[in-house]
Design a binder for this molecule. Structure first.
Ligand SMILES: *Cc1c(COP(=O)(O)O)cnc(C)c1O
Length: 384
């Protein structure tokens, strides 16, 4: 058995090496490093994959979130509601723009933003909701869009962890994660489900006017060369990354399928253990049935109930199994983001999850042998 890695970028690269090397060579020979044809090609291909009118490529996922908020014209003092249990980038850009982050609790079953908590947090200053499709599973967008409509709020989806995931509406309609809100943002950080070989990101929207605004913002606020109509930023996806992404996009559904297959194996091995709660999707399928693409397993995250989570991390590491704790500290307890108005009782779930969660190795190159070894090591520790 090969060494087990949290993410196996090398193994994945070797399988598409020739394709990728040729595409990168083409960019080197064309020297169209910025805004070249590869960027346009990737943009168009991603638009058609997602079924969205506009993809605006940019430099990384954090920029995508920032640019989205700039594009909506949010102003200092405006409140933006987001999840307490997520990566800091989401709350970081809200604060950076002088907006007021309002962190709310998440759901204990699917780890996504809690609907009642959103409603409770809305004030006359609230302007937007940023649901994060955590670990590869879409938040309850149907309900979130309804809340947003009733309160006239924008919705920006943080889709950094769920590209390619499907969201099913109650009427059976299916849309890709990130294409449902006013804007969707994603990251092409190497370990994401669609990762490049450096930094990259993109914003999605079906709104022509917003798309126009955003294309100017990513390019110094220019709509006509050297005419700066709005304050912008310099945030570009470079041609080398776009060339790699264009190749990898063709494999994305297979990559996500491989992740789902691994998740299914983990769940088969672990679901009956009394100290474990396995990840759960929308319905009984747990997001991993053969017909449902609702979970793309950016992470495979367990909850350890009445067990020593930190001891388990140590045990796995000793057996050569890397693992992660995403996330160990709730955002509302981070020094940069604490706020007197927060009340610990409103964060019961996030506080608990930060003590209980552990993410097992998850990538496209896992073998069943590895999964059995990992699952056995988890059970061995919990049974002792
Ligand atoms: C990775 C990630 C981001 C940030 O993306 P970068 O490309 O690293 O800037 C934002 N939000 C979430 C939920 C993420 O997982």
């Amino acid at each position: 058995m090969n060494t087990i890695q949290m993410v196996d970028l090398k193994g994945q690269y070797l399988k598409i090496k020739e394709e990728v090397d040729n595409a990168v060579d083409e960019v080197f020979n064309s020297t169209a490093f910025i805004n070249g044809p590869k960027v346009i090609s990737f943009q168009k291909n991603l638009e058609s994959y997602l079924g969205v009118k506009h993809v605006i490529p940019c430099a990384n996922g954090t920029d995508a979130l920032q640019i989205a908020m700039m594009g909506l014209g949010l102003k200092p003092g405006d409140e933006v509601i987001t999840a307490d249990f997520t990566f800091a980038a989401t709350v970081e850009v809200i604060a950076l723009l002088g907006l007021t982050p309002v962190l709310v609790d998440v759901d204990p079953i699917n780890f996504n933003i809690d609907l009642e908590a959103i409603v409770k947090a809305i004030t006359p200053k609230t302007k937007a909701i940023v649901p994060v499709h955590l670990f590869g599973l879409c938040a309850n967008m149907e309900a979130i869009m309804e809340i947003a409509k009733n309160h006239k709020l924008y919705v920006i989806e943080d889709n950094a962890q769920a590209i390619g995931a499907n969201y099913k509406f109650s009427d059976g309609r299916i849309a890709k994660a990130g294409t449902i809100g006013d804007l969707g943002c994603t990251s092409f950080f190497p370990s994401k489900n669609l990762g490049c070989y450096g930094d990259g990101g993109a914003i999605f929207t079906n709104n022509d006017e917003l798309a126009y605004t955003l294309r100017g913002i990513v390019n110094h606020g220019m709509y006509e060369r050297y005419h700066h109509d709005v304050v912008g930023v310099n945030s570009r996806l470079d041609s080398v990354q776009a060339a790699i992404l264009d190749i990898k996009l063709k494999h994305l559904d297979n990559y996500n399928k491989a992740r789902r297959n691994s998740a299914r194996e983990y769940t088969k091995a672990l679901k009956h253990h009394p100290n474990l709660i396995v990840p759960s999707g929308k319905d009984e399928c747990e997001g991993i049935c053969d017909t449902c693409d609702c979970h793309v397993f950016h992470q495979y995250t367990l909850r350890i109930i009445d067990g020593d989570r930190n001891g388990l991390v140590k045990h796995l590491n000793e057996k050569g199994i890397p693992c992660g704790v995403y996330y160990p500290i709730p955002l509302h307890k981070q020094k940069a983001y604490t706020d007197d108005r927060y009340n610990e009782e409103d964060f019961r779930v996030t506080n608990q999850l930060c003590e209980e969660v552990i993410s097992l190795p998850m990538h496209t190159e896992l073998t069943n042998e590895m999964i059995t070894y990992i699952a056995d090591a988890v059970k061995e520790f919990l049974d002792n």
